[in-house]
Design a protein around this ligand. Structure first.
Ligand code: SF4
Length: 416
């Protein structure tokens, strides 16, 4: 490994923005459905983890990757389980990265660790947005999910966040075995009233190897019914639109102006750098090349069309990470310009903004989109300035995977 400071093109052009994600892999306990990389407890590793994350972020900053950071997202896991160490992490990241004056700075939290004093300390450091894992305001549903909080604790957490002055989002899960329509409607009603300006709504999926998977296989918990989940997603869309929080992405709803800027980076092909074990990064080919040359990583292939982006995950375990926070990434995925255009089109169709005709063309996806339009899953709309956009329809939201896959696998007929 060479000294990155020595190879840093300090005199180069203005840096392209890179969003920063920090993965905090600790939770109070593991939820029954969770396959995220996180560890129950792990108290002895928390302080070393923060030291390692700050060291890692500081290292990448030498490559000028953190000179123009529009959004910082500290997720997990349960970052607020770190307590005062989380305040130290936020402060250290702000000292390391050059955050824009209007940067969005989000911290994920869960009800059991949402403490008023900690939230106030984080807001004082500059945190301006929280994302709270409520999942449901029904104790029976929370028990099925294996959450370690109850509905009353979730309500208390929303009050703390509402009083903090920062914006906040809540996550909800639908299609949970045993969850009734009445329970879901009541959860939506509370979600609307609790002061959140943003909601993420996901159907429950049974991930292989989780306790929920084992329970479904053993027959002690019924498998989630996708039709129930679809009905609940539709109910959410209607209730949230009526409450002034329209959908802006397949699973995301917000009051206008309160959309998640960090998540929009993911859905619009922006660059992001992941810090922490199992955090994913995506950089432009040029940004990646700078790091790869300094670190001795695999360099982008010389290809036609040329490489446009590199995506990688550093899959060290937590123990390895605290010892060696700069370990090499696993296999790097290099995307050429065509693949990048297809990916952007696919992700763009996850948003209500959709994609322009030019984006569809660049992705070689026009034929696929015409086919999807015949099935009623997408449509063309024209804006006031005459710009045509492909957008996902109501039916398309319900069959989203069919839409995204058709665009991702589209073949450009002009390609040899
Ligand atoms: S709180 Fe979130 S990350 Fe932690 S175990 Fe539950 S679902 Fe997984």
């Amino acid at each position: 490994m060479t000294d990155p400071a020595a190879s840093s093109p300090l005199a180069g052009p203005a840096p392209e923005p890179v969003s920063l994600y920090v993965h905090v892999p600790f939770c109070v306990s593991k939820c029954a459905y969770c396959d995220f990389y996180s560890r129950a407890g792990g108290e002895a590793l928390r302080r070393p983890f923060v030291d390692a994350a700050l060291f890692e972020a500081g290292h990448w900053s030498h490559y000028d990757l953190l000179d123009d950071v529009p959004t910082l997202y500290i997720g997990g896991g349960t970052p607020t389980l770190l307590g005062d160490d989380l305040v130290r992490l936020v402060r250290g990241l702000i000292e390391t990265a050059r955050l824009r004056a209007d940067a969005e700075l989000t911290v994920e939290t869960n009800p059991e660790t949402t403490d008023a004093a900690l939230v106030a300390a984080l807001v004082k450091e500059g945190v301006n947005r929280f994302s709270l894992g409520v999942q449901s305001f029904d104790d029976d549903v929370l028990r099925t999910l294996g959450r370690c909080h109850d509905a009353e604790r979730a309500r208390a957490a929303t009050r703390i966040l509402r009083d903090s002055g920062a914006g906040f989002s809540i996550d909800l899960i639908c299609g949970v075995p045993g969850q009734t329509t009445a329970s879901w409607d009541a959860t939506l009603e509370e979600a609307v009233r609790c002061g959140a300006r943003h909601l993420s709504v996901y159907p429950l999926t049974v991930e292989e190897g989780t306790p929920l998977d084992a329970a479904v296989r053993a027959g002690t918990v019924p498998a989630p019914d996708p039709d129930d989940a679809a009905d609940m997603m539709l109910a959410a869309e209607m209730a949230l639109a009526a409450a002034g929080m329209p959908r802006y992405e397949v699973a995301s709803y917000a009051q206008p102006g309160h959309e998640s800027r960090h998540n929009l980076v993911y859905w619009t092909g922006g660059s992001y750098l992941g810090v922490g074990p199992h955090a994913a990064s995506m950089l432009t080919a040029e940004q990646y090349r700078r790091v790869a040359e300094g670190e001795g990583w695999a360099t982008p292939p010389a290809s036609e069309p040329p490489c446009a982006r590199a995506r990688f995950t550093r899959e060290a375990s937590l123990e390895e990470y605290v010892r060696r926070p700069l370990a090499d990434p696993g296999p790097v995925e290099f995307l050429d310009a065509d693949e990048t255009a297809r990916e952007d089109a696919m992700l763009g169709l996850r948003t209500t903004a959709g994609i322009t005709a030019a984006q569809a063309d660049a992705a070689g996806a026009v034929e696929a989109l015409v086919g999807l339009a015949e099935q009623g899953l997408v449509r063309v709309t024209e804006s006031a300035d005459g710009e045509s956009r492909w957008r996902t329809t109501e039916q398309g939201w319900l069959l989203g995977n069919r839409v995204f896959e058709a665009v991702w696998t589209a073949e450009d007929p002009s390609r040899p």
